[in-house]
Design a protein around this ligand. Structure first.
Ligand code: TYC
Length: 97
């Protein structure tokens, strides 16, 4: 008598890689503008936005959100477009999680 053991793959669906989006500090972008970006593009509350902005100001960079590749890329582009339109040098970066 033999016992058959069937190997079954429980979950073959692959999760998409996620990317962290950061804002970087600089000496020229106003604090108010960064707070506005965090509220409008990253959907933070005003209080969260102020906290993240101050962290960036004090430590050099700060995490704004974690997204699939294309959404992260769109956020970075939106930040740069809006910064350029307002003549600020504000930069965003993305890193694989
Ligand atoms: N350091 C800027 C200032 O003193 C404020 C600032 C905060 C700029 C966060 C960019 O991502 C940034 N006006």
């Amino acid at each position: 008598m033999s016992i058959k053991i069937e190997k079954k793959t429980i979950n073959q669906t692959k999760e998409p890689k996620l990317y962290k989006v950061y804002l970087l500090n600089d000496d020229y972008t106003t604090m108010d503008f960064v707070v506005e970006i965090l509220c409008d593009i990253f959907h933070k509350t005003y209080e969260e936005a102020v906290e993240i902005m101050l962290l960036i100001h004090n430590r050099g960079k700060g995490l704004c959100g974690i997204y699939p590749y294309e959404i992260a890329e769109t956020k970075v582009n939106e930040v740069h477009k809006r910064a350029r339109a307002n003549s600020f040098p504000l930069r965003a970066t993305m890193e694989e999680e």
